[in-house]
Design a protein around this ligand. Structure first.
Ligand code: NI
Length: 162
């Protein structure tokens, strides 16, 4: 199991580096990330959240297979936005509604080093966008209107001190 880094950790604010070696070490790391995500009851987990500054993340949502995205790029987003209450394992207990494109197309590589393209909507599109943000040092709270962000982060800090 990996430790999950929480807001304030530098690794969560850095731009992650592209993966170059699709080797057994990477596959072992991905497996441990799936275990860590399941333990945390998360539906997505990005490498920087476990202290690894590289461009990959995993997802596991109901009615979908577990997925691995390495060096992902979003190549298309719908103009239509959808609203959803988001949370993050790196800001435990903090939730807020956030608008994001409802449909996306993403290109990435899987754990075997094979490229793929995926069109996603609904919760999967949401998770992919949230996790890809992590690879660029962005947290979902950054995308909230300032007043809501302050309220959410104040609540989070109070809870952490309690
Ligand atoms: Ni997150």
């Amino acid at each position: 199991m990996f430790d999950i880094y929480t807001i304030g950790a530098e690794v969560l604010r850095a731009k992650a580096e592209a993966v170059t070696d699709f080797d057994d070490a990477l596959r072992a790391t991905l497996q441990t990330m799936f275990d860590t995500m399941q333990w945390g009851h998360g539906i997505g987990l990005a490498a920087p959240q476990v202290g690894i500054g590289q461009r990959f993340f995993v997802t596991s949502i109901d009615d979908d297979k577990p997925r691995v995205f390495i060096n992902p790029e979003i190549v298309l987003t719908s103009p239509e936005l959808s609203s959803y209450e988001e949370g993050c394992l790196s800001i435990p207990g903090a939730y807020a509604k956030l608008d994001r494109p409802g449909l996306i197309k993403v290109q990435a590589w899987n754990e075997k080093g094979r490229p793929f393209t995926l069109e996603a909507e609904g919760l999967l599109a949401r998770v992919i966008q949230h996790e890809l943000d992590h690879l660029n040092g962005v947290l979902f709270t950054d995308r909230l209107p300032e007043r809501i962000r302050e309220r959410v982060l104040t609540q989070y800090e109070k809870r952490m001190r309690a």
